[in-house]
Design a protein. Structure first.
Length: 155
């Protein structure tokens, strides 16, 4: 059973949430998006075994309460793996919460890119189990997702 990693809000971050511009349609306004909770998706298991990287850009429609009410896939790459990566990103996005106190209306849109990165596999991955850099929420518009372990192929 694979655990979903959650982005922990540090005390300083909780006190002053990360502020970033809202959707492209509102980029010229003073509108701001705040991260309430950003889920990090699971790395697609077959892509992890095949050491495949990819990216998914989602356009989220969020309610005033910060919960996702609709998800639209803008892009999903690479072609053969994009659908699977998109499923993982959508699942995480639906559990995320972003708020925009200065957005008008009952909903607002916001674009988030999930970049699935598979670091180069070191030659000694099967014997020493070197750590993989952790997945991170880089900003309210970008999340870097990495697998939780190296695949190990015995000769």
């Amino acid at each position: 059973m694979q655990m979903v990693k959650r982005f922990p809000l540090a005390a300083s971050l909780a006190a002053s949430l990360l502020l970033l511009p809202c959707s492209a349609q509102e980029k010229d306004s003073a509108t701001r998006v705040q991260i309430k909770r950003m889920e990090i998706p699971k790395y697609l298991p077959l892509a992890r075994l095949a050491a495949v990287s990819g990216s998914v850009t989602l356009r989220l429609t969020l309610g005033k309460d910060g919960k996702v009410v609709f998800v639209d896939v803008v892009t999903a790459q690479p072609k053969d793996w994009g659908k699977g990566f998109a499923e993982m990103a959508i699942e995480a996005a639906k559990r995320s919460e972003l708020v925009c106190s200065s957005c008008s209306g009952d909903t607002f849109t916001h674009t988030v890119t999930y970049q699935f990165r598979f670091p180069a596999i070191p030659e000694d991955a099967c014997t020493t189990n070197p750590p993989i850099p952790a997945s991170t929420v880089d900003s309210a518009t970008h999340v870097t997702v990495r697998p939780d372990s190296w695949p190990c192929f015995q000769p």
